[in-house]
Design a protein around this ligand. Structure first.
Ligand code: NAP
Length: 253
């Protein structure tokens, strides 16, 4: 039956940035589909744990600051210790720094590029090594952005990192498809989370953005849930290297 292809029972999903926002929503969706969830975050994820358990799932937390690589191996080892495998990796954690490009600091550049791109690559590499060892393939889902396609304003490092994510998703698909690992990305549109608080708090910017979204509303973490389950499941086994926009039609404009 087609709906069986979407089931994730017995799979372990590692989700970064699990404490809040889109990451939290994706943890819940993956648990509802049957996966055991490892939440990675730099602060505790008690709210996510409660929501996952309410959905009938199991949740294990790994605390890690993803602006550096020090915990990469530990994330994989602890996930395997907790649930026996790593089958799905969701590279969701990300940071945005807003500053005019002419003044943009080295500190801001490094934290954005390190968190949004460097860690994504090396965590994906560590997860892929584990998936290859397990011999059952796997799914890696990166979180891209509208700024994987567009330039943005006052966010040069974020745009560079998310444009990099789109390319990295393609590059890894080319090399790891032979191991039955699918690497895809989701490009959220403008979603109501901490990431966009500054934009939503600015009445003019907020109106400008809403006017341009064909569906006329900010996205929610629930809007990510269908896409993440699809890309994590057997239903997407022949989808590889693709970035799927969940954007209320923004890119169609
Ligand atoms: P969010 O609520 O700000 O979530 C970002 C997550 O990343 C949080 O869990 C955050 O942890 C975590 N994170 C940031 N730096 C980290 C670090 N050094 N170590 C560990 N975790 C770190 O915003 P969101 O919208 O849910 O963002 C999730 C992803 O979607 C990000 O990659 C973002 O770029 C992307 N995205 C969002 C939108 C949007 O409109 N909201 C659009 C396109 C793409 P803390 O809570 O501790 O900061």
């Amino acid at each position: 039956m087609i709906l069986d292809l979407f089931k994730l029972n017995g799979k372990t999903a590692v989700v970064t940035g699990a404490n809040t926002g889109l990451g939290q929503g994706m943890c819940v969706a993956l648990a509802e589909a049957g996966a055991n969830v490892v939440g990675v975050a730099r602060r505790e994820c008690s709210e996510t744990k409660t929501l996952v358990e309410k959905a009938g799932g199991k949740f294990y937390e790994v605390i890690a600051d993803l602006s550096n690589l020090s915990k990469i191996d530990e994330i994989i080892t602890k996930s395997v210790e907790a649930f026996g495998s790593v089958d799905i990796l969701v590279n969701n954690a990300g940071v945005i720094k807003r500053q005019d490009a002419i003044e943009f600091s080295l500190e801001n550049w490094d934290v954005v590029m390190d968190t949004n791109l460097k860690t994504v690559f090396f965590l994906s590499q560590a997860a892929a090594k584990q998936m290859i060892k397990q011999g059952n393939g796997g799914k890696i889902i990166n979180v891209a952005s509208m700024l994987s396609y567009q330039g943005g304003i006052r966010v040069p490092a974020y745009t560079a990192s998310k444009s990099g994510i789109l390319g990295l998703t393609r590059a890894l698909a080319n090399e790891w498809a032979k191991y039955n690992i699918n690497i895809n990305a989701i490009a959220p549109g403008y979603m109501a989370t901490n990431n966009t608080k500054q934009l939503r708090d600015d009445a003019d910017r907020s109106e400008e953005i809403l006017d341009r979204i064909p569906q006329g509303r900010w996205g929610t973490k629930e809007d990510m849930q269908g896409a993440i389950v699809y890309l994590s499941s057997k239903a997407s086994d022949y989808v590889n290297g693709f970035t799927l926009a969940v954007d209320g039609g923004w890119l169609a404009r």
